[in-house]
Write a protein of this length. Sequence first.
Length: 164
Amino acid sequence: MISAEDWLAATTKSLIEVAETYFDVGTMTSEDFADDGSAKCGAIIGLISENNTVQLMMLSSRRGSESLGKALLGFEADEAIETGDLADAIGEIINIVAGMVKGVVNDQDDSLNLTLPTFVEGTLEPVGAEEVLCKVINMGPVQTKVLVFNGSPQAARKPRSSAA
């Protein structure tokens, strides 16, 4: 099983490369996620094999996600972006990142399959035996939080109640 630290390193490296290639911005890491209380949105995608189950999530402020979506789709900065277009763009960014991550860890697990990306708003809470790691990447003026939810495909689920 690939460690959560290896997943996070591969995801961070891939997101920085995507930022530099697709958005032509300088990137740098930051110590913490500046939570200004605004709504958050992003996308999550899974990489699954017989030996590994991981979900990668990219999360930013709504305004930050809109900036990234507009940049990817070629919109002007002052142009409005509809939620459907935003979801497609952010989903495509995490899909590109996940494809790159798959390439990075291919020597450790060459049987990984990608799930479809899912657009999310708000926050996600880990459940069960998942291990969660995160890192903040500044994509130009957009602060993005990358999360890795690393779970075991064989992890036993605990019953939610004792009722039969």
